[in-house]
Design a protein around this ligand. Structure first.
Ligand code: TXA
Ligand code: MG
Length: 329
């Protein structure tokens, strides 16, 4: 049976024990809930892949508390130090070269010579990392291919008994997964848009940083790019300007002028068919709400989820990336 405990010093100590014994813990972070295991324990890491149904070619993110801990695992170049200074702790993941004496399980890297590392800012995550005394491997705590969890109940729903212990600490403030960046080339490139925007990174490095979503065929830098992530069970339709009958609406900004074809106004939709990402058009609020609202509308009562247009700027790029994957799935 999974134990779900509110986060406090006692439950954090218990969760750390579970990690030390090779178990799996649902861990809150500022981005999404993670499925945590001791990253140096190959058997524990294997349990993550099994619990998620995750393809073994898709490597995991390792979480530690400070740059010295990172340097015990991997090498960092000048770009990476600059980004660490600016954005850690926080929702940025860097793909780093593993040290020759790297103590992490090979499975964490799925056999690659690199490892994805992040220093989270969430207080409970940091306390759990400190209490366990080991680097923590943690992908999002959901079945592979489904929506990432932004609340403790989502973790229990998605993984059931496969997770030993859930540290419950409310909803995640960012609500989207971390930005993944690769700084191994002459110009760093963002492999997954997320909580830190390309504008943020460009400003920090004094150069224009773009994206590589791996959608150009052969040369995929991040295995996760291959996957149709974040798919609800019902279809998702993007850039909706009106609604078909039976569709639910995920709105952004005002819905005053939005109609249902032949059947009235969107504002009259029943509560279980309508969610507002942000009435004021605030992209950060929309990001924080995205996964939980997609979940709420993902019901057989609705024929599909129609989503209004989200501007492709700032964190809107990350929101649209997740929505396009949801629509493809
Ligand atoms: O916000 C987040 O990043 C959350 C929280 C729990 O920290 N974690 C998360 O992990 O989203 P996950 O496993 O769902 O996504 C990790 C992404 C995948 O797309 C994976 O392919 C990529 O990072 N990745 C991991 N290691 C890599 C590596 N060595 N090289 C390239 N991509 C890597
Ligand atoms: Mg994930």
């Amino acid at each position: 049976m999974t134990r779900i405990m509110a986060s406090n010093s006692k439950s954090i100590a218990q969760a750390a024990e579970v990690l030390k014994l090779g178990g799996l813990v649902g861990m809150p972070t500022e981005t999404v809930y993670g499925l945590a295991a001791n990253a140096c324990d190959g058997k524990a890491v294997a349990k993550i892949f099994e619990a998620k149904g995750r393809p073994s070619f898709n490597p995991l993110i390792v979480h530690v508390n400070d740059v010295d801990d990172v340097l015990a695992l991997a090498e960092m170049n000048a770009f990476e130090h600059a980004l660490a200074q600016k954005f850690w702790p926080g929702p940025l993941t860097m793909i780093l070269k593993r040290r020759n004496d790297c103590p992490l399980s090979e499975l964490v890297s799925a056999g690659l010579p690199t490892v994805a590392v992040r220093i989270p800012s969430h207080k409970t995550a940091r306390q759990l990392i400190a209490a366990s005394g080991v680097p923590i491997a943690a992908p999002s705590a959901n079945k592979s291919g489904s929506l990432s969890p932004t609340a403790p109940a989502h973790v229990a729903q998605s993984l059931g008994d496969a997770v030993d212990f859930i540290l419950a600490d409310g909803v995640c403030s960012v609500g989207l997964e971390s930005t993944v960046i690769d700084c191994s080339g002459n110009v760093p490139v963002i492999l997954r848009p997320g909580g830190i925007t390309a504008e943020d990174v460009s400003e920090a490095l004094g150069m224009t940083i773009g994206y590589d979503f791996g959608d150009h065929g052969n040369d995929v830098k991040s295995p996760g790019q291959l996957l149709k992530h974040y798919a609800p069970n019902i279809p998702v339709r993007l850039n909706a300007v009106d609604l078909e009958e039976g569709e639910a609406l995920l709105s952004f900004g005002s819905i005053k002028f939005m109609g249902i074809k032949g059947a009235g106004a969107a504002s009259d939709l029943p509560d279980d068919s309508l969610r507002h990402l942000s009435k004021e058009g605030d992209l950060y609020e929309a990001a924080a709400n995205l996964f939980s609202m997609l979940r709420a509308l993902d019901s057989p009562k609705n024929k599909a989820i129609a989503v209004m247009n989200i501007p492709e700027t700032g964190i809107g790029v990350a929101i649209n990336d997740r929505l396009r994957r949801a629509a493809r799935g």
